[in-house]
Design a protein around this ligand. Sequence first.
Ligand SMILES: Cc1cc2nc3c(=O)[nH]c(=O)nc-3n(C[C@H](O)[C@H](O)[C@H](O)COP(=O)(O)O)c2cc1C
Length: 400
Amino acid sequence: MQIILGITGGVAAYKAADLARLLANRGHRVRCILTEAGARFITPLTLSSLTGEPCYGANPDQGEWRAVPNIEHIELARWAELVAVVPATANILGKAANGLASDLLSTVLLATRAPILWAPAMNTGMWEHPAVQANLDRLRSFGHAVVEPGEGVLACGEEGSGKLAEVAVIAEAIQVHGAPKLPVLAGRTVLITAGPTREDLDPVRTLTNRSTGLMGIELARAFRDAGARVQLVLGGDLPAPWGVETLRVRSAQDMLEACEARWTAADGLVAAAAVADQRPESPAAEKAKKLEGNETLVLTRTPDILARLSAARRPDQWAVGFAAESEQHLGHAQGKLLKKGLDAVLVNDIQGGRGFGAQDNALTPITSEGPHPAIGPLPKDQLARAVVQWWARRLEARQG
Ligand SMILES: Cc1cc2nc3c(=O)[nH]c(=O)nc-3n(C[C@H](O)[C@H](O)[C@H](O)COP(=O)(O)O)c2cc1C
């Protein structure tokens, strides 16, 4: 993506350097625009060194805002696929909310047709002032996104709200806001399950599996970026993605209850969780003592979440499942498709440990038409985006 990063005059301006580097490392082209006040906190040289792109200044009299050969503010406004202002002062929020264009950044903000994202940072008194909040409401009403500041000790020594959001959170918000939306998914609610479930043997021991939940989390991000409202039911320890309503669960029973409570309101389901098929029949209330010799553990079936949701499914709802198979994977997945009444099964060939953890992965979709060409191997974030695009194309075709 081609990103304009506007940097205004607050102490948090130094954090914009980290953000610029992070975005450039992720393959985005980043051109910075400093306001005059911003340039007192951080230098153009730092920013252009980190991004490999020119850094633009505020003041045409200093020759930094050039009128020839091109009209620079219009060129930049057209070049941008997203404009992010990080940190955003109370001053720039006020200017943009009221259509003022008194320097390069505020003029680009007015001229661009690209999505705009704000990450404000300021003293608590300024942040809580009704004028600032009214300006933010106005900017939101234009469709701009706001990454709310957090709470903490501010540069002025006060403690309260107004602290710039974490750089990683802002980077994620930029990705979401700038990603092209898929009309067939935009505004739709997608229920996603991810991660392992854990079945307790006693208060310290559990039965689980080697899934991390990364694939499901990346799918949640990809559906979110495509414009869907995502409800993620998540097992395991990985952090929940930003901008996704996440409910953490432990056992298969917890996951079933969380899904059943959300299924009616959903348009579709992606069941990527690795649900334990069995649980100890009678978990011990106290830590089980070591015994000499062999022991027998009696296991009982956990609920079949996919079958239960599929049975309660309305005709307008869609359901996509996953199958992790180490042998005869296509045949087994075909069976799962039919038995559980799914629209598609994405088959993970887990031979050699593939499919779990951070490695690249490939998925073969199976539908009532049979197997489709494999998607991947790709890193899981790219694989998830490719899966969402594949599924969106099928949904579009279905809608005719
Ligand atoms: C040391 C210092 C720190 C400042 N920090 C902030 C800040 O965090 N947020 C803010 O809104 N204004 C802050 N200001 C005030 C702005 O720099 C001032 O409103 C300026 O006119 C903003 O211009 P700009 O929006 O064009 O960058 C600070 C000023 C100084 C001198």
